[in-house]
Design a protein around this ligand. Structure first.
Ligand SMILES: [Fe+2]
Length: 388
């Protein structure tokens, strides 16, 4: 399907080594053991402490000097990042290994970039403003959602502005990524749902993006198919390995779209839900996705109908009917994951709509990717639809 952007050049920035498969934790250990400089700093999530212990033991036995940092749970803030980078500096690592969910990987990526870099974080928010990274960087995701292990993005909460801020840079793409779906089996149903819906949103927003491109469409549409087929199964039974493997692929495909195409209005409007009301990132996206999908479809009906069909929606009598079937599938998928769709049920009052809309409009780096312009009153209307 042609888009206005088809003829533009597209740039994929990917890890030099991408390993996907059951048990590839062993490949990650082998990779780290053969590094010429063997000072390794692990940034790991608490949920993965047993795996982190195993990594420490094996790497130490192989002659590596290993330090470990477990960031506080929850999404990272500027303050927690500054503390983490200070701790990492003492270890003087040649390589940072991030192992955990998207928040942990984002933290690991930023720690690697800033551990020996005089630049201040404030000057790096935005696209292409991070100047360099000298430290090695390896990422292993243990949830299926952000695709952070292959993306140039990292997000921090600015507690003062109550806004999520992003660093987007080629220097944040890890040198190597190891995706082992067996590591995701122990993820709770709630986190599986929220992260999986984030992966789905990445794929939907890539395919319907103003800058959609055939090279990214391949990943985006297949990611939509996989998430639609496997997400509820993974939520209902964490040990359904086919579902876990399918969601790991959906997450990877979404992540591969983040660099060259990136997200759009769903993520922009979700940021205030995370920034002010601390909703998990994936949940915030899931609550907004159907309303934004409906809003955007007017500007790119064929693309939205294609997503609807990839979601498994019944074809309608015309394009917009197919789109509407797709909206129903999205809503049903979210509910089948056990999530309430109404923002009020998540502690967000209606009176927050005007200020959330204003905050969302500041995220122009994503809104400019949206297939349809979002005005302040559009943003208010979209939020209002999420209260019914
Ligand atoms: Fe996301």
């Amino acid at each position: 399907m042609e888009t206005a952007a088809t003829k533009r050049a597209i740039t994929f920035l990917q890890p030099r080594m991408l390993v996907f498969g059951d048990g590839c934790l062993r490949d990650a250990i082998a990779y780290l053991r053969q590094l010429s400089q063997k000072t390794i700093h692990i940034v790991g999530s608490r949920a993965m402490s047993e795996t982190v212990e195993l990594l420490c033991r094996e790497l130490t036995q192989a002659g590596c000097t290993v330090s470990v940092q477990i960031p506080a749970s929850g999404e990272p803030s500027i303050r927690s990042f500054l503390a983490a980078v200070e701790t990492a500096r003492a270890a003087k690592p040649a390589c940072v290994l991030g192992i955990g969910g998207g928040s942990t990987l984002d933290m690991a990526k930023l720690v690697a970039a800033f551990v020996d870099n005089p630049q201040q974080i404030e000057g790096a928010f935005g696209i292409g403003l991070l100047r360099e990274r000298h430290c090695g960087l390896v990422c292993m995701p243990t949830t299926s959602g952000t695709g952070s292990e292959v993306s140039p993005n990292a997000i921090l909460l600015d507690e003062v502005a109550q806004l999520k801020k992003g660093v987007v840079s080629q220097h944040l793409v890890p040198d190597a990524a190891f995706i082992d779906p067996t590591l995701t089996h122990s993820v709770s149903p709630e986190v599986t749902a929220a992260t999986g819906l984030d992966a789905l949103t990445h794929c939907v927003e890539a395919y319907t993006n103003r800058y959609a491109h055939p090279l990214a469409d391949l990943y985006a549409l297949e990611g939509v198919r996989l998430a639609s087929r496997f997400l509820v199964r993974a939520v209902k039974d964490g040990h359904d390995h086919a579902a876990r493997e399918g969601m790991a692929r959906a997450s990877l495909y979404g992540g591969l779209c983040l660099g060259p195409v990136n997200t759009a209005a769903v993520h922009a409007l979700a940021y205030p839900l995370g920034g002010e009301f601390h909703l998990p990132h994936g949940l915030a996206n899931a609550l907004l996705l159907p309303a934004v999908f409906r809003f955007n479809a007017e500007a790119a009906p064929e693309r939205h109908a294609a997503v609807a069909l990839a979601l498994g929606a019944m074809p309608g009598k015309n394009t917009m009917e197919t789109v509407n079937h797709g909206v129903c599938v999205l809503e049903n998928l979210t509910r089948a994951c056990g999530l309430e769709m109404n923002l009020e049920k998540h502690g967000i009052p209606r009176r927050a709509i005007p200020r959330m809309a204003e905050a969302a409009l500041t995220v122009q780096r994503l809104l400019r990717n949206n297939p349809r312009e979002v005005t302040l009153s559009d943003a208010q209307e979209i939020y209002a639809q999420c209260f019914v």
